[in-house]
Ligand binder design. Structure first.
Ligand code: SF4
Ligand code: MSK
Length: 643
């Protein structure tokens, strides 16, 4: 039986802890339990030295034992195998983000053609600004005409055979020149992903440096291409986020309402679910079923998208998805793509919850499949909501356990919103950085991973950074962890150092700025580019860093790689599967500095990760001639080990 102590060791969040205890009492299986059953994990897989790229294998490399294979059947070394595996991870992550981006373009195209079932263009100013970026005529044209041309232009970017991708030119000139010099200035993301798969086929690219360089190129095509297009066109369709207040954690589920959780990533689905849930006919039906109303909440990045545009409550992050079902109060969990555990339908069988899959790309055996298509978006969303409402009478009240905990947050800091908060110019921020009131900026992002105490890596790192006057920008599941910990409130400035606190109080902003979902890491790139351009330097010269304390997904590998490719030192809390090759590890953690101007570091202790970041920031300040402290005087700090 899971003791209270074990639940506490697994998560820092009281709501998660109480649900873990209920899960244990009810004998339910969760990711934590499955992780325990998986022990010991495959050491070859952990080191990245297992290859299955042809049927002469699978092969493995013995790294530590003297007597053991040092080459695959084809002769591939540990360097080749590790680099190939890493490139495939980057390609998969880039594919996920960018395919999401393509779906957003598709929705804009249908909307422009008058064929979409309920979407409209909400941000005309952004539509026009993007159109100008793509040399599309704006004057005297309707928004639909402009959107039609913009959707064709952005669609074409994905398959762009020769490059460059237009939005990569937002990067500082020096960065683009470096990419060109290294041969990593990307063509369309589809082409780079296909080439990744080609290069990693048996008997093609065996040079680990050449493989990693193509990894950089593929990730740039994602961050500055597919993901950036996803972010920008999502804003055009659904509105560019502005600061709003919201609520986070499992306590947002309502005991007397139909609870629908939108989980996954694509706002095309979740936005329509929200609209359909406001349909008087369905509210009436909910009342007939005995409910007080319909409560739509989000989870993971669908949750981030709804939270930042509408202030719709978010029930939790990646590791809370199973716990949400275990509350026994969820009529439907509606999913599309990415970060949806295959375990959900089986778990839902223990309750009345319906798992409703909606994407032809992601079917879940045991789930109810109601296929979503943009042409009939509203009607399908109504059918999904109706299915949830009609499920309300099946709720077993004896099984309902909704934790009380909720946290308030202020979210929606798009680049445009940050500029607005600064009074329309970057100058106040630049002034604060130059004076040292703000030492630097760090993007803390990424998933949860049951190998790390849930929330501990995220919250400890962010607290350490703001305490030492580092402004944090956040996305993805880090953003949700910060919301739950109360760090996304202006009042959290009390936990910041005096300099950052003063800036936050003057501007009325939190010390941790929520910038959105996973694809919205592109907003961090846009912000860093704007700051670098304003200072006339490259991104690699900025007192800036990135971190992913609890990451697990291939998308996070692509994100980390495009951060580094953009010149941002990035600290990972979980080691990627590269340690089986000393050469690849050295290239990523040391050699990359001379090549691309930034490196990765791996540091499981979030307090120590903060030290690494602060030292890096002070080094960069010093190089820019800004007031800096000697990095060596920043003492090594360690925190309690994560369980
Ligand atoms: Fe083994 Fe080489 Fe085939 Fe990989 S590609 S499975 S290392 S023979
Ligand atoms: S949802 S990719 S677990 S951040 Fe975007 Fe969270 Fe990571 Fe998924």
């Amino acid at each position: 039986m899971v003791t209270q102590d074990r639940a506490t060791k697994r998560s820092i969040d009281p709501a998660t802890q109480s649900m873990l205890r209920i899960a244990a009492k009810q004998g339910r299986e969760t990711a934590w339990k499955r992780l325990a059953v998986q022990q010991p994990m495959c050491g070859y897989g952990e080191l990245g030295v297992c290859c299955q790229n042809c049927t002469m294998g699978p092969c493995y490399i013995e790294v530590f034992e003297k007597n053991g294979p040092k080459k695959g059947v084809c002769g591939a070394t540990a360097d080749t195998i590790v680099a190939r595996n890493l490139l495939r991870m980057i390609a998969a992550g880039a594919a996920a983000h960018s395919d999401h981006g393509r779906d957003v373009v598709h929705t804009l195209l249908l909307t422009a053609q008058g064929k979409s079932g309920g979407y409209a263009i909400k941000d005309e100013a952004k539509l026009e600004a993007l159109a100008r970026e793509y040399d599309i005529e704006v004057e005297g044209r309707s928004k639909e005409e402009i959107a039609l041309d913009l959707s064709h232009a952005t669609y074409a970017e994905f398959g762009n055979q020769e490059g460059p991708i237009r939005s990569t030119r937002r990067a500082p000139e020096k960065r683009v020149e470096l990419w060109q010099k290294l041969g990593v200035d990307p063509r369309g993301v589809d082409r780079e992903i296909v080439e990744s798969m080609h290069r990693t086929h048996i008997g093609v690219d065996n040079d680990y440096v050449n493989l990693i360089l193509h990894g950089l190129r593929t990730s740039i095509a994602d961050g500055w291409g597919g993901s950036m297009i996803a972010t920008e066109l999502t804003d055009v369709l659904f509105g560019t986020p502005e600061p709003v207040r919201g609520v986070s954690n499992l306590g947002v589920l309502e005991a007397d309402q139909v609870n629908i959780i939108a989980h996954g990533h694509e706002p095309t689905l979740s936005e329509m679910i929200v609209e359909a849930a406001e349909d008087p006919e369905l509210i009436e039906l909910a009342k007939k079923q005995g409910a007080e109303g319909i409560n739509v909440v989000g989870l993971c990045c669908s949750g981030n998208e709804l939270l930042m545009r509408h202030g719709i409550p978010i029930a939790g992050d990646f590791l809370q998805q199973e716990l949400a079902i275990i509350t026994g109060a969820v009529e439907a969990m509606v999913v599309d793509v990415q970060c949806i555990m295959p375990a959900l339908p089986k778990l839902a069988e223990c309750y009345h919850t319906k798992i409703i899959s909606t994407s032809p790309k992601a079917k879940f055996p045991g789930a109810t499949h109601i296929e979503f298509c943009e042409e009939q978006a509203y009607e399908i969303a109504k059918e999904i909501v109706r299915t949830a409402v009609e499920n309300y009478p099946s709720r077993n009240l004896e099984m309902v356990n909704i934790p009380e905990e909720t946290s308030e947050c202020m979210i929606g800091f798009s680049v445009e919103a940050i500029l607005k908060a600064l009074g329309g110019s970057l100058d106040p921020l630049l002034g604060a950085v130059k004076s040292g009131a703000i030492r630097g900026i760090t993007g803390v992002v990424g998933c949860n991973n049951p190998k790390v105490r849930h929330g501990y890596g995220h919250v400890t790192l962010v607290r350490e950074l703001i305490k030492h006057d580092v402004l944090v920008v956040t996305t993805g599941c880090n953003a949700i962890a910060c919301a739950t910990a109360g760090l996304l409130l202006p009042e959290a400035a009390e936990q910041a150092g005096d300099g950052l606190k003063g800036v936050c109080e003057a501007l009325g902003i939190p010390p941790v700025l929520h910038m959105g979902s996973c694809v919205d890491n592109s907003r961090i790139l846009t912000a860093l580019a704007a700051i670098a351009n304003a200072l006339g330097v490259d991104i690699s010269q900025l007192p800036a860093a990135g971190a992913a304390p609890e990451w697990m997904s291939e998308k996070a590998v692509s994100i980390g790689t495009y951060f580094v490719s953009s010149g941002v030192f990035t600290v990972l809390g979980v080691a990627p599967p590269v340690l089986g090759s000393a050469n690849v590890t050295k290239l990523l953690t040391e050699g990359a500095e001379d090549v691309i101007g930034a490196t990765f570091a791996v540091e499981p202790d979030p307090a120590m990760a903060a030290v690494l970041i602060r030292r890096h920031i002070e080094n960069k300040r010093n190089a820019l001639g800004l007031p800096a402290v000697d990095p060596e005087t920043i003492a090594v700090t360690t925190s309690q080990p994560a369980d």
